[in-house]
Design a protein around this ligand. Structure first.
Ligand code: LER
Ligand code: MN
Length: 275
C-alpha cells in the first residue's frame, strides 16, 4: 500500500480537501512530504490541459491513483438520479469524459455524490434503477480503456443513496460489471459500519480505492480511529492500492498533511516488513 492525498485542480467548496492554492506548489509539497501519489479532484476534464497536467504530476514523481468527480454535483448539480432526464444524461456524459484522463494516469474514477440524493417525489426503487443503469453505461464505456469505477458509500447525512458497505456490495452485484467496485472512506465507515475492519473483510477484492480521515474528519491520528488495525485489515483483505488522505485542513492544511503521513507511514512500513 502507498499513500496519496486529495488535491483539487481548481478551487472547490468541499471542505475535506486540505490543500488550496497553486497546483504546482502543492504537488511539490506533497512529493517533498513523502507521498507517492495525488488523488485529483476534477470538476470538468474538458477544462483542463490533460497533457500539461500529466507532465506536471509526473515531474514530481507522483502517481494519480484516483480521480474525484464530486464537484459535478456540488458545483453544477449533475446527478445520476435527478428526475430530469437531461440532467441524468449530462452526469453520465461528464463521468464518461473522465475516461481518457483516467486511462492516461491508470486512475480509478470515483463516483461520490454525483450518484445524487433522492429528490422529493422520486421513489427509492426508481432512483436505484437510474443509478444502476447510469453506472452500467459508464462502466461499459470505461472498460475499453481499461478504466475502473469506484462508488463510495457516503454517510446518511450527505446522501440517501448507498450509505453502507453492505448497500454498496448489493449495488456491485446489481451493476454486474467487472470494472465496478467500491471506494471505502474511514470517515463514512465510522458513522455507518458496525465494525470498520469486518466491513473491509466483507468488501475484499471489491475495494478499488481507500480514503483515510479520522473519526472527526481531521488527519489520521487526530481522532479515535485505530489506523493500525484498519490498515492491517486492508492488508489482510488483499488491498495493495493507495490510501488517500481526505481530511479537513486543521489546524491548517500543511500541518494536517504532514501529520497524516507521520501517522500512517510507520504503520504501512511495519505491515510491509511483516509480509
Ligand atoms: C468524497 O470522497 C467524500 O468522502 C464525501 O464526503 C463527499 O461529500
Ligand atoms: Mn471520501
Amino acid at each position: 500500500m502507498k499513500l496519496s492525498i486529495v488535491l483539487s485542480t481548481q478551487p472547490t467548496h468541499f471542505q475535506a480537501v486540505s490543500l488550496s492554492g497553486s497546483l504546482e506548489n502543492n504537488l511539490k509539497k506533497i512529493a517533498d512530504w513523502g507521498y507517492q501519489g495525488v488523488e485529483l479532484a476534477i470538476r470538468d476534464p474538458n477544462l483542463l490541459d490533460a497533457v500539461a497536467l500529466h507532465r506536471l504530476v509526473q515531474s514530481y514523481g507522483l502517481e494519480v491513483p484516483a480521480i474525484g468527480t464530486g464537484q459535478a454535483w456540488n458545483e453544477e448539480g449533475l446527478s445520476f438520479t435527478d428526475p430530469i432526464p437531461d440532467v441524468r444524461s449530462a452526469a453520465v456524459k461528464r463521468i464518461q469524459s473522465h475516461i481518457p484522463l483516467a486511462a492516461q494516469f491508470n486512475a480509478v474514477i470515483i463516483i461520490g455524490l454525483v450518484r445524487g440524493i433522492i429528490k422529493p417525489g422520486v421513489d427509492q426503487a426508481l432512483a436505484m434503477a437510474w443509478l444502476t443503469e447510469a453506472l452500467q453505461q459508464c462502466c461499459r464505456a470505461a472498460r475499453f480503456a481499461g478504466v475502473r469505477l469506484a462508488l463510495e458509500p457516503i454517510n446518511r447525512y450527505e446522501t440517501t443513496l448507498i450509505n453502507s458497505v453492505e448497500q454498496g456490495l448489493e449495488l456491485v452485484k446489481a451493476v454486474g460489471e467487472d470494472n465496478f467496485g467500491l471506494l471505502l472512506d474511514t470517515f463514512h465507515m465510522n458513522i455507518e459500519e458496525t465494525s470498520i475492519e469486518e466491513s473491509i473483510q466483507q468488501c475484499g477484492k471489491h475495494i478499488y480505492h481507500f480514503h483515510a480521515a479520522d473519526s472527526n474528519r481531521a488527519y489520521p491520528g487526530a481522532g479515535h480511529l485505530d489506523f493500525r488495525s484498519i490498515l492491517q485489515s486492508l492488508n489482510t483483505a488483499g488491498y495493495r492500492g493507495f490510501v488517500s488522505g481526505e481530511f479537513m485542513p486543521k489546524p491548517e492544511a500543511d500541518t494536517a498533511a504532514k501529520m497524516s503521513i507521520a501517522t500512517l507511514q510507520p504503520i504501512l512500513k511495519s505491515i510491509s516488513e511483516s509480509l
